[in-house]
Design a protein around this ligand. Structure first.
Ligand SMILES: Cc1cc2nc3c(=O)[nH]c(=O)nc-3n(C[C@H](O)[C@H](O)[C@H](O)COP(=O)(O)OP(=O)(O)OC[C@H]3O[C@@H](n4cnc5c(N)ncnc54)[C@H](O)[C@@H]3O)c2cc1C
Length: 511
């Protein structure tokens, strides 16, 4: 089937080949050209809403606002939509550079896929009976082969013991994971006590119950999920994600690493954007925001090129790791500033490779190592080579893909011998508009700061997957945040143009 869009060159992403070395910029359906559409008559006017950021949180908010007739401007630093979720088209093959996998438990995301005709248009990462149909495990003394069933059972046993801190698979500590602290089933003190544990602390409690292989699989699965070290990731983070997934490791693959949008995530992001434009959204890409200033209820947005845009309400979707670059006046609350200073801990590296031959059935784990997990991820265009997807945890200071791309090849070879044609990746750590991966936090962070991050700042609604109520650090959480922020704006500046007097709809934000 012909793709819905033409892939255009973005400044984002890299390919590495032995012949050409490292080359910046990849083609994607997410690039928006022309990059700016603001009606002359609206330049300089006060917008009902400005949305900063065209990731899933910003796209959802912008679409919901224009659908309700609000005069809305979208400002985005990059040349494309999607933020930390985007797909590149390289020689006819789709590569997911950031957010990838979709799941039936992500209801808001599936609702968007349904709305834009993509709910049935999914493909699978796993190929049954593909070439190299086994799991390789290398814990330092060479690679050993297991069946997928054997590896799955070892991982599941280790994970169940790890999660089972309350003897009820996390149900007693996290009975209502959208409301970790504020629910009536468990006392906040109990949750706070668990939140003091890092994943390392929890592993120390249970490691004697595990075999050496189970321990290696657990120690690598935690950074694979959370993008940081077992020392840096808080245990409550893992418990909460398990609770959101239904308390059962048996559904882990279906939720985390199985289904993808066949045409790529940028197709969905693009359809939301195009729908919003059809409904009147105005926008400016390649427009980084520098300052957010509120005076007498009106918010002024100053861009790095010195432009000023004013609005009654702003939906700010800039991720936590980038917020220190933004000047706020009035300043953010001391507690929020403290949270931003501590920041998140996900510095995940995700690398794709096109390799010769059929390795579609391959999976593997190396621990310790430069790369943690590998997935055979279907054939590349032409059906003679395989797309490999691989993850490392926080590799800062250990393996910089921009400085030593040739070492990526060596790291991948440790999983399995392979002839690599090209490597494709996005370096999220050096990306000035992400500065990190999906958001995971240290022990003690959730119970102290999450509620503060979710609060509004005057007439600026803060909306990002990094502090979602539910699927924090997922596409689902971004859509949740965009939808909630748009709803708050609509309640305050009036639905369908019926603007109330200032203050009439003032109420504590639901964000
Ligand atoms: C490697 C990786 C793998 C992942 N895998 C999955 C997965 O499989 N499934 C899943 O559900 N989730 C996954 N995630 C998480 C998911 O991608 C994110 O949670 C989600 O995309 C965040 O969306 P958002 O809109 O909240 O933030 P973002 O996507 O970060 O959007 C924020 C937008 O703001 C823009 N911006 C930043 N600074 C400025 C500025 N100064 N001025 C103007 N604009 C600015 C950015 O360019 C960006 O477009 C993954 C993330 C990464 C990095």
């Amino acid at each position: 089937m012909a793709p819905s869009y033409e892939a255009k060159l973005s400044q984002d992403g890299y390919t590495y080949t032995k012949g050409n070395g490292l080359v910046g910029g990849l083609r994607t359906y997410g690039v928006i050209q022309p990059e700016r559409k603001i009606r002359q008559t609206d330049e300089g006017s006060i917008w009902e809403a400005i949305v900063i950021g065209a990731g899933y949180a910003g796209l959802t908010a912008a679409r919901d606002l224009v659908k309700a007739g609000k005069k809305t401007l979208l400002l985005e630093a990059r040349d494309r939509v999607g933020g930390r979720t985007w797909s590149a088209e390289v020689d006819g093959t789709t590569f997911e550079m950031g957010g990838t996998w979709v799941s039936h438990v992500h209801g808001r995301l599936f609702a968007e896929m349904e709305r834009y005709g993509l709910k049935d248009d999914v493909s699978m990462t796993r190929t049954e009976n593909g070439g190299c149909d086994y799991f390789t495990l290398d814990t330092g003394s060479g690679s050993r082969k297991f069946t997928h069933k054997e590896a799955g059972e070892m991982t599941a046993r280790a994970w169940r013991i790890f999660i089972d801190i309350d003897g009820n698979s996390g149900r007693d500590i996290c009975p209502l994971p959208y409301s970790t602290l504020g629910n009536f089933r468990v006392s906040p003190d109990k949750v706070k006590a668990v939140d003091q544990l890092s994943c390392r602390d929890r592993i120390e409690q249970i490691k004697d119950q595990l075999t050496a292989d189970e321990l290696a699989l657990l120690e690598s699965l935690v950074p694979h999920c959370g993008g940081g070290s077992v020392e840096d990731i808080g245990f409550l983070e893992m418990l909460r994600s398990q609770a959101l997934g239904g308390y059962d490791i048996a559904t882990f693959e279906e939720i985390w690493t199985l289904y993808k949008i066949r045409e790529g995530q940028s197709t969905l992001a693009r359809r939301i954007f195009d729908d919003a434009v059809r409904l009147g959204l105005q926008y400016s890409f390649k427009t980084p925001v520098k300052s957010i200033i509120e005076e007498q209820g009106i918010v002024s947005i100053i861009t790095t090129s010195g432009e000023k845009h004013r609005a009654k309400r702003v939906v700010n979707t800039i991720p936590i790791a980038v917020l220190p670059d933004i000047h706020f006046d009035p300043p953010l609350s001391p507690l929020r500033q403290e949270a931003i200073k501590i920041n998140q801990v996900d510095y995940l590296t995700k690398i794709h490779a096109e390799v010769e031959g059929d390795l579609r059935g391959l999976r593997g784990c190396t621990w310790p190592g430069d790369f943690l997990y590998i997935y055979g991820d279907g054939f590349c265009a032409g059906g003679k080579s395989t797309r490999i997807t691989s993850f490392a945890g926080d590799n800062r200071g250990k393996l910089d893909p921009l400085k030593e791309p040739e070492r990526l090849e060596t790291a991948l070879q440790r999983f399995h011998p392979m002839k690599i044609k090209k490597v494709v990746f996005h370096d999220w750590v050096s990306d000035p508009y992400a500065k990190a991966g999906a958001a995971w936090y240290r022990a003690g962070f959730l119970t102290k700061y999450l509620a503060e991050l979710q609060k509004r700042h005057g007439n600026v609604l803060m909306a990002n997957a990094d502090w979602a109520h539910g699927w924090k650090g997922f596409i689902e959480g971004a859509i949740e945040q965009g939808a909630l922020a748009a709803d708050t704006v609509l309640n305050e500046v009036g639905i369908l143009g019926a603007n109330p007097a200032p203050g009439e709809y003032q109420r504590e934000s639901r964000l």
